[in-house]
Design a protein around this ligand. Sequence first.
Ligand SMILES: *[C@@H]1O[C@H](CO)[C@@H](O)[C@H](O)[C@H]1NC(C)=O
Ligand SMILES: *[C@@H]1O[C@H](CO)[C@@H](O)[C@H](O)[C@H]1NC(C)=O
Length: 285
Amino acid sequence: MFPIAVLALVATAQAHTVAWTKGMYCSGGPDLSTVNLNTNTAVGPLYNLAKEDWWFQHERGCDAAPPQDGEVLELPAGGSFTVELAHNRAQTTLSYGGQYASDWPDGKDHPEDWAGPGSPPDCIQDDGAMHTNNQSMAAGTAFAISYQSDLADVTIDNLAVFTVLEHTPWKRIATYEVPADLPACPEGGCTCAWLWRRILTANSKPRYMAGYKCNVTGSTSSKQVAPAQVAAYCEGDSTKCVKGAKQMIAFNQQTGNNVQVPNGKTPMYNTAWGWESGAQNDIFV
Ligand SMILES: *[C@@H]1O[C@H](CO)[C@@H](O)[C@H](O)[C@H]1NC(C)=O
Ligand SMILES: *[C@@H]1O[C@H](CO)[C@@H](O)[C@H](O)[C@H]1NC(C)=O
């Protein structure tokens, strides 16, 4: 029964990607009465929605599906944490003992230099969910943190991007660095978001935000994360980059958009918008 369900899912061309890990909202789907090992509810993009609907995937009920008590994504200060980027929980080690997980987000095998057809390569066709031509063109993904334990208290300016991983999503395993100066979280932990803004193509709905209960461990820092500012386009002129704590990118929604986007540009978590890859060590007051 299960393999048929997965095959059916992968065959529908536009699969998408999210970071799967302990502590994730909606990790078993939005229905709290059951744990769906084969869920992809948290994977779908968010596009042209009102702020209250896209914020932490409210429109699909994920903001009301917290992780089980005690499950938290640990962020070791000055260290790193690893998540699984995949199109469906079934393709991660969170389900079925990992037997349907591969090195890649779709549970299949691909060459190391996987690329789309042609030269220079077009978008990868056999997996629409990657939305890239090759690894070097992958847009980059990020995590943001809010020092609020209750998701209802998280706001766009108390949620700061603290780590960026260039050239992702690419393989299933993705490891993000944690700034050494991140202070400890309040007693109930912090709230995090995984973020991806992929390259804009015709008919694409390229914005992703997923929620996590997270907690900074091993911190000796007494610094505070600064209020997050709106990022600015600064390709080729680093003096235009917004330094310090930055908000997630909100764009192509009905309401809640924050960035000013020059014609023909796509806002992404990369250097063109002021984000170097790795721990964001400049986000403190
Ligand atoms: C990746 O794809 C882009 C876009 O087609 C191309 O310009 C670039 O040369 C490719 N990079 C590699 C390493 O093949
Ligand atoms: C967060 O981590 C700290 C330090 O390890 C620990 O004392 C605390 O209990 C943790 N809180 C949660 C909610 O996991």
